[in-house]
Design a protein around this ligand. Structure first.
Ligand code: AMO
Length: 422
């Protein structure tokens, strides 16, 4: 019978003395005169394998290039000195795919090479423990987001990626040729999640969004992923509460399920508290800011320093600082909010305008043509409850939870002003 592959994570006392078949990458070779070590890595971990003298593999091991893909048959043996407490004595070894000389090292110490070069070779870079840890945590973030909203009766919706009108302001759009028409890449699922919520009540989505912003910062990508919700019969206070709860749920899941990854990244994650400030209260806490100013990143950082391990919700924003679809609360302020965490904005949202007349007025005020939004405005004519929602940046939240200082570290294949490959 064909021997089953064993994953490295499953090498433990139950396997002691047993024959195993391993498959993976050659992470390192230690070439001593008396014995040869081959450090093997698969998706689940790293194990020391050993070629003993006078065996057929003893001379072969030092000749294998780093990161070659190999298959090893051997016996598991207890060894207190080895990292896992066990090693594998090699009986047979087959090189399945030989690696050429690597353009970047994939050993942890190699993480000091410039980010740009690492991104050129991202397919190799992600073999490093710390880089893999970031994407394992990101995967957990998105899983926990789905789990939380699914168990709260939300429906996951799929909004289009090609749209005909701007949602987040007209200048940041990527145009697309769409047969005879002008179209754009979606800046957010905004209008579509609203149209879904006025019929289905509770919806969420995760999708890439595109913003043709020319600035090149450590917090912006031109393609990022957004986690969105939209809830009927809810106001901005209700949905800030949803955000507080889902982030606490996500962080708890990451702490519980990604212990090794957090350790690899040297991150001591705590479940955040939440604080709610009006825009006016927040501005008063910051030197050099006056009512009507938008928050610069230095302001966000300062405010977050005042409230460590806390999500800061800022609400009652002035009307001039929020998009057309945010419901005004009175002549001065809106029902929009922003959420800050670990030094930056991670989300914004609010209650929407569900009254066609007010929507048309707001569009005109922001120099947008209500005619371009006809299909959207008309959706609110046939029984539309009040509704509210938000968008949460996946890469930004990953940055926060992994303590990263550049958003490109939180995106497997970033798209920025200069990068379109790989
Ligand atoms: P906003 O434009 O604030 O709101 O985006 C929501 C969140 O998405 C993330 N984000 C980005 N991340 C990286 N690079 C970018 N260029 C970028 N742009 C946005 C941020 C941000 O807080 N439709 C509204 C949401 C709503 O009202 O429901 C919207 O898109 O974390």
């Amino acid at each position: 019978m064909k021997m089953q592959r064993t994953c490295i994570k499953d090498i433990d006392e139950k396997k002691d003395g047993k024959d195993v078949l391993l498959k993976g990458w050659v992470q390192d070779i230690r070439n001593l005169s008396s014995v040869k070590f081959l450090i093997l890595r698969d998706y689940s971990g790293v194990v020391q394998t050993v070629a003993k003298p006078k065996t057929k593999v003893f001379d072969a091991v030092p000749k294998i290039s780093i990161e070659s893909v190999v298959e090893i048959k051997g016996k598991v043996k207890k060894n207190k000195e080895a990292r896992k407490g066990y090693e594998v004595i090699i009986d047979d070894l087959k090189v399945l795919n030989e690696a050429e000389t690597l353009p970047i090292t994939v050993l942890e110490k190699g993480i000091n090479i410039g980010l740009s070069k690492r991104l050129d070779y991202r397919f190799l870079d992600m073999r490093k423990e710390k880089v893999r840890a970031v994407f394992r945590i990101q995967s957990e973030i998105i899983n926990a987001f789905r789990e939380f909203f699914t168990k709260n009766d939300f429906i996951e919706i799929q909004a289009p990626g090609i749209i005909s009108t701007a949602t987040e302001g007209g200048t940041d759009l990527f145009p697309v040729k769409y047969f005879e028409k002008n179209a754009y890449l979606a800046q957010s699922p905004q209008l579509y999640k609203q149209m879904a919520a006025i019929s289905l009540e509770r919806v969420f989505s995760t999708m890439p969004v595109w913003r043709a912003e020319k600035h090149n910062t450590v917090r912006h990508l031109n393609e990022s992923r957004q986690m969105d919700i939209e809830v009927a019969f809810a106001d901005e206070i209700d949905i800030m509460k949803w955000m507080e709860e889902v982030i606490q749920f996500i962080v708890k899941k990451v702490i519980e399920k990604c212990k090794d990854e957090l350790k690899a990244l040297n991150v001591n994650l705590k479940v955040p508290k939440a604080v709610y400030l009006t825009y006016e209260e927040a501005v008063k806490k910051l030197k050099g800011m006056k009512y009507g100013d938008d928050f610069e990143n230095e302001h966000e950082k300062k405010l977050c320093e005042m409230y460590p391990d806390t999500i800061i919700f800022i609400y009652e924003w002035p009307r001039s600082l929020k998009p057309f679809y945010i419901m005004p609360k009175d002549d001065k302020v809106t029902r929009g909010f922003d959420a800050l965490y670990k030094g930056m904005e991670i989300s914004s949202g609010g209650q929407r305008v569900h009254i066609p007349k007010i929507l048309e007025e707001q569009l005109r005020k922001q120099n947008l043509n209500p005619k371009d939004f006809e299909y959207y405005i008309s959706a609110f004519k046939y029984g539309a409850p009040k509704h509210s929602g938000w968008g949460l940046g996946l890469e930004r939240l990953t940055m926060c939870l992994c303590n990263l200082d550049n958003i490109r570290e939180a995106c497997m294949f970033p798209r920025d002003r200069d990068r379109l490959v790989p």
